[in-house]
Design a protein around this ligand. Structure first.
Ligand code: PDD
Length: 286
């Protein structure tokens, strides 16, 4: 079988992944001074990409990093990577760092951002985890206070996920002052005993998820009662249903929180319906 060469993008060049490189003085590498986006791709088409690029632009703005090229040029490169790598279902990753410079907390005035992009293939439509439902543990949210900016400083999330795995679970939901902020790489939702959909309101405490937004719009159109408010760990454990949203999971049912079964321990009907509707809409382009 023909082995495909993985093509990635670095600062103006499309290259085989093994030939791609970035300076060891890149500030993303040394200081986590970089932002990123992950856009899902179904049948070779980007899902909700305009919203991702708009958020990328907001993250850069918040850090005072210049956009190194237009958003439409970024999309053109994303599409070329999808074509070159023959990606059908998966994700396209975009990362922009402030640039390369001598290691110093302060950066020089004249600094040029570094931009890298690559694709990853992934079963997004029917991963086994979506059928079974995820087991989640809660963990203290030890991240910095500007979680609305999508920076590459993901160590706290990686450690929380690793801890969850060590405990035989699939993910961690992060908790601050007794309330769930979000999942390690997702937004967290519950369906209360009264059938109300609840997710934390947008603020600097969480990422403004693109999938979250689409799900809220689906829920409203489906006449579901929605409340954007923080919920406690106890509320989550007593919920009728729970799920997480994110570009690399879409809508992921949660069937257990801290060893406590949610509902009957299977993905709930409301969750399944929202997941199905999300995939239908994504296939038509959201
Ligand atoms: N993560 N919250 C956090 C902390 C996230 O890292 C993500 C996404 C989300 C969901 O956002 P969206 O629906 O826009 O993907 C919420 C990406 C997918 C990642 O880091 O791989």
């Amino acid at each position: 079988m023909k082995q495909m060469m993985r093509i990635v993008y670095v600062n103006g060049h499309f290259l085989p992944a093994r030939q791609a490189s970035i300076s060891i003085f890149d500030r993303g590498l040394l200081f986590g001074d970089a932002v990123y986006e992950v856009t899902a791709c179904l049948d070779g088409r980007l899902i909700d990409n305009a919203a991702h690029l708009e958020r990328l632009s907001r993250s850069l703005d918040a850090l005072g990093i210049d956009l190194p090229m237009s958003l439409s040029r970024i999309e053109t490169i994303q599409c070329r990577l999808i074509a070159d790598n023959e990606l059908t279902d998966g994700i396209v990753y975009v990362q922009i760092s402030r640039g390369t410079g001598e290691r110093d907390f302060l950066w020089p005035e004249a600094i040029t951002p570094n931009i890298i992009m690559f694709t990853q293939s992934k079963n997004l439509r029917s991963p086994p985890l979506a059928d079974r439902g995820a087991r989640v543990v809660t963990a203290p949210d030890i991240r910095w206070k500007r979680r609305d900016i999508k920076t590459t400083g993901l160590l706290a999330q990686s450690l929380a996920k690793a801890k969850a795995k060590e405990m035989g679970c699939d993910d961690a939901w992060l908790v601050e002052s007794g309330y769930v902020t979000e999942g390690s790489s997702t937004n967290a939702f519950i369906v209360t005993a009264a059938g109300k959909l609840k997710t934390r309101a947008l603020s600097e405490d969480i990422l403004s998820g693109i999938t979250r937004r689409a799900v809220l719009s689906i829920a409203t159109r489906s006449q579901l009662e929605v409340e954007e408010a923080a919920f406690s760990v106890d509320e989550a454990m007593a919920a009728k249903e729970a799920f997480a949203t994110g570009s690399s999971y879409f809508v992921l049912p949660v069937v257990e929180i801290n060893s406590s079964q949610i509902g009957d321990g299977k993905p709930g009907p409301i969750t399944n319906q929202i997941r199905q509707r999300y995939i239908e809409l994504a296939s038509l382009t959201l």
